[in-house]
Design a binder for this molecule. Sequence first.
Ligand SMILES: *[C@@H]1O[C@H](CO)[C@@H](O)[C@H](O)[C@H]1NC(C)=O
Ligand SMILES: *[C@@H]1O[C@H](CO)[C@@H](O)[C@H](O)[C@H]1NC(C)=O
Ligand SMILES: *[C@@H]1O[C@H](CO)[C@@H](O)[C@H](O)[C@H]1NC(C)=O
Ligand SMILES: *[C@@H]1O[C@H](CO)[C@@H](O)[C@H](O)[C@H]1NC(C)=O
Length: 919
Amino acid sequence: MYFYERFCQWLGHLKLSRVILLVSVILFVVPLFTHYYLSKYDETGTLSSNPMRHTLEALGDISTMNAADLKLRIEEMLRIKASVSTELRELEAKRGRLQREAAAASAKADSAKAEHARAAAELQRLRVSADQARIAQLEAIRRDSPELAPPLQILPSRPPPILPPIASSSEVHCRMFSCFDHSRCSLTSGFPVYLYDPDVFVPLSGAEVDGFLKTTLKQTLGYNTHITRDPNEACVYLVIVGEAFPFVKTPAPTTDTYKLLLNETAIKSLPYWGGDGRNHVLVNMARRELSVGSGDAFRGASIGRAMIAQSTFTHEQFRPGFDIVMPPALGPPGGDVWADCAPIAPARRKYLLSFQGSQPPPKGIDKDHDKSLIEALQQMVKSAPASDLFHLQFECDPPVEKRAVLPIGDWALCGTDRSRRAVLRDSTFALILAPADRNYVTTALLQARLYEALRSGAIPVILGGDRIRLPFDEVLDWRRATVSVPRARVPELHVLLRALADADLLALRRHARVLWERYLSSVQAGVDALLASLRTRLLIPARPVSPTVGAPAFNDSYSPPRLEPPAVDAEPEETLGPLEAPYPSPAYRRNFSVALLHGYEMWNDWGEPFALYPQLPWDPVVTSEARFMGSAAGFRPVGAGAGGSGREFSEALGGDRPREQFTVVILTYERETVLAAALARLRGLPYLNKVVVVWNGPSSPSSVSSWPESGAPVAVVRAPRNSLNNRFLPYHLIDTEAVLCVDDDAHLRHDEIVFAFRVWREHRDRIVGFPGRYHAWDLNFNNGFLYNSNYSCELSMVLTGAAFVHRYYLWAYWRTLPAAIRDYVDEYMNCEDIAMNFLVSHITRKPPVKVTSRWTFRCPGCPVTLSADETHFHERHKCIQFFSQVMGYTPLLTTQYRADSVLFKTRIPHDKQKCFKFI
Ligand SMILES: *[C@@H]1O[C@H](CO)[C@@H](O)[C@H](O)[C@H]1NC(C)=O
Ligand SMILES: *[C@@H]1O[C@H](CO)[C@@H](O)[C@H](O)[C@H]1NC(C)=O
Ligand SMILES: *[C@@H]1O[C@H](CO)[C@@H](O)[C@H](O)[C@H]1NC(C)=O
Ligand SMILES: *[C@@H]1O[C@H](CO)[C@@H](O)[C@H](O)[C@H]1NC(C)=O
């Protein structure tokens, strides 16, 4: 029994082949031994070699034998038995020993085999890395165009010299080439702008510049990066003219009043006027008493070669490409303006079209300018079906003040800001009538109407839009935000407005809101847009955007000791790419071309014209063959261009863009062991440039404990305060375009990270990551979206606990996203990932990209209490609703698409390899 058990036990331990071997050994050896001993006994004088017969014979002989004989025989047999069992015991012991030795030897063989596999993989990786290094070296040697040193900043060193003034009759012919001194504004100058202190230089006579406006402008210009205090180096000189009113309280105005208000002597004696006012910009931002008209401060005045920026121009006066149409100062000085705005949905509102205004007859001219136009509009209302409501009001109640001196035929605003806003918020379209006087290019009142319509989400319909100009139209594409119709089309207006589809209405309204928020909403926005449009005209790149300089957690003289982490055995032995030296993404290569190629998008679409970024997600690619004809530098085509799968694929980054690496940004809150594990997991990760740890806690990381080696430089920065928004600070430590945001407890395999990185390289403007979530309509209360993390075949968010984003979005998070959203994230300590998804979808109008089949990424067994889970979800519902309210709509878009590697689940021949083994 004992033997049998041992045998079974032992069977369990051995592989079949070995069992068979051993059994055959035993079957062979044991009888052999038995035979040997028994035959030995035979030789000592017994009759038979068969033990059984032998015993029987012994029993048979019992009667014939005497007792002594028998005793002797029994003793002898006992002796034999003892000797045989001793021998058997020894044999058994020997067998056990042999068995153990065999087991040990086979274990050794297994580990040697594993070691060999590891070493082979390591060798393969080293070979790949060495190959890459060799290519990089060759590239460096071959490079025929050496790296350009940044150009010197060329600045003028003296104020403009005094030149003879130009005749006032030729002022109207001024253009950039004839009246602007480009020599003061070199391409590398950074566009310095000097502001004459409005407290010292008063260009108006008889009137003070409005105090509020003066302070506001001074302050907002102070925030602008172009303002310089040194008049010698300035490219452009700004003069705040303030608000000049083309009227005096009594008596009735004459054309002389214009001249009365602008003190030409004061302007011409400005210290850097240089005789003719070259490179001077006279800014007139009207604010007070718009209802009684204002705007044109320069009528009939002689201002030399200076440019004019204001909101009212006549055709005789306006010099296209030289003067700038800018909005009046209507909004707050700066800050968040979202609370003023109306939501974008629903597409159709109560009134199809609204208008409130009156056209006071100018003194001395007795004529109804727009009588026929008004009649046509009233006819439209009458003939429209009853379902189309209009709110058209051509007389104000109470009437506007009689002292108003409007541009002839301009339409005064009725009522108060609040009453107009109430009507506009209920209107799908807002009618804007160009002034009856065709001499006007634009008027302050018209722009005030535009401002109010955009703010309330009423799509401006500009009758006579073909002969007027809208603010900054040199750079802004107003066709995407307004409907511009010649006056002659009034009879067809109703058809046109009814024909627009809902999606178009929403697109127009959304775009209108974007333009309004960026360029018109506040005084700050208007002033920044003014300077940026001038700079764009001169093709001078914007100032570089400034990165966040984080406080390092460890000083220069100390960095924590590095520990070799234990080998991670869960890591699949797969070569995923070369281990390279850190290679930062090339930065600021497109200083001069970005405005040429993307000037439109920067002003009207995804970008923003106020800063220069080191790279953009939309930077163009070279054409396919150019990679092999002259522009090969940096490219790592798969199989050197021949393509391939398996090894060829894993050795090269491929794709349409040069090689690059990514930075891992880990936000952590005082969890050193979790962080250490996260760093250890990154060891051996290809394409990893650097790990930036954002230390969110109040205490510094302890300096005594050692940190595991992660294979790439690790930088630890202490966040200024504990905030989830810190995850998206654009730290100067980040040197790559690709940023992998991870939670410290996110478990991602290396092949998953590398695959996501490769996918991101093709979708650089989107969030590319693992955990998908979506926004689901609240069916119970029908008033907004809820956050949902259930399994679903549609998703609209990818959480930034494990996702790639472009570095540009780290800046956009702070510059484009309304501050109210970041404040909300701070208040609830939640939802920064939702905010990032809102931002990216808002900018690109595209959903995120989900990669691989992984749905969750946290450690599977981590405890989450049910109540904590419930509050978490509740907060996230609230986040979505609040963010949508701030942005005026929910920018998230859904997708049913997921990225897997190309040969995933494809049947391929045995001798071929896939792109990745497991994904
Ligand atoms: C581009 O602009 C950046 C930021 O101002 C500057 O550092 C870089 O040297 C410039 N490069 C070129 C080629 O002008
Ligand atoms: C116009 O400006 C000049 C120079 O600053 C000043 O001497 C003069 O008094 C001003 N004229 C009026 C009417 O304010
Ligand atoms: C640097 O940090 C270490 C550990 O925190 C500290 O002991 C050392 O005094 C610091 N050195 C300087 C120059 O601050
Ligand atoms: C997720 O699904 C479960 C069951 O399918 C459901 O009870 C739960 O309400 C869902 N959660 C959300 C947030 O919709």
